[in-house]
Write a protein that binds this ligand. Structure first.
Ligand SMILES: [Zn+2]
Ligand SMILES: [Zn+2]
Length: 282
């Protein structure tokens, strides 16, 4: 299936020279969900770990944000801001089957079968498109906003399950950040990226949920604000909501927009992890 995400990825790579050695297949996992384009720069990763994050500048130019971990210095959390950051939201349809679009009139269908029954054009005429004009695509849109990549480098001392743990931590961070910044939690959102095999938690991408960005997530770069955010996130998953540790509810991690992850969200492991991080914080 020629997917939109593949096309976008190839388009980005064609504009960004040193990215051309990364094949789509290697990087395809970044498109598993609502994702931020972030890949490991393998050529330069022999001695140190380095990520490449693609971002689009206000002038429409592609920017590269390279992030390296400083040798010898153990950090609990590393932050990378991209402002404005370029995100691609891709929907691959039910069960990843994509959407079917008539190449002649643009009418959309859930399946090839539905198309073959015949259809009217948006103007109300009988469409005479031949079967070979049908296109199987993914749908998506671009989002330019302020983005913060958070890499937790401290490994949890308790066993965790992915991607449930990273999503749970990400949504706890959204709730914590919204409270600290004094904005509704709908103004922020999060997803997880895939960038590093050497950390047990994949990078968490926090972003302003408003077109163009509102400078919200960038404020977490301030150490005290980040700490307060983690502490507020910890309180959020402390159990005051009344749900079990292996569960989640609308009082802690769940929201309307993260329904697709509800079954994986567990507040307990996040609580214990945030307690560990905060205890080590200096
Ligand atoms: Zn048609
Ligand atoms: Zn709860």
């Amino acid at each position: 299936m020629a997917t939109l995400c593949q096309a976008i990825f190839e388009h980005l790579c064609s504009q960004f020279q040193s990215c051309t050695h990364v094949s789509f297949d290697e990087a395809a996992t970044v498109f598993d969900d609502l994702d931020f384009i972030s890949v490991i720069d393998e050529e330069h990763s022999k001695d140190e770990e380095r990520y490449i994050t693609l971002g689009l500048s206000k002038r429409g130019r592609l920017l590269v944000v390279a992030h390296t971990d400083r040798n010898g210095k153990v950090r609990l959390i590393s932050l990378t801001t991209v402002s404005p950051g370029y995100m691609v939201v891709v929907c691959e349809g039910r069960r990843g089957e994509g959407f079917f679009i008539c190449g002649d009139c643009g009418a959309g269908f859930r399946s090839r079968k539905e198309f073959l029954k015949g259809h009217d054009t948006p103007q109300g005429y009988k469409c005479s498109a031949k079967p070979e004009t049908l296109r199987n695509v993914s749908l998506g849109h671009e989002l330019v906003t302020d983005v913060l990549k958070i890499q937790f480098s401290h490994s949890p001392s308790i066993p965790i399950e992915e991607p449930g743990f990273a999503f749970s931590l990400a949504y706890a961070m959204v709730e914590g950040a919204a409270e600290i910044l004094g904005v509704p939690s709908n103004d922020l959102n999060a997803t997880i990226a895939y960038g590093s095999e050497s950390y047990s938690i994949p990078p968490i991408i926090l972003y302003d949920n408003v077109p163009g960005g509102a400078g919200l997530v960038a404020r977490l770069e301030e150490k005290n604000i980040l700490r307060d955010c983690l502490d507020t996130a910890r309180k959020r998953v402390s159990g005051a909501c009344g749900c079990g540790e292996n569960d989640s509810c609308y009082g802690c991690l769940r929201s309307y927009r993260n329904q697709f992850t509800h079954q994986y969200l567990q507040r307990g492991p996040v609580l214990h992890y945030l307690e560990e991080i905060l205890a080590k914080w200096s």
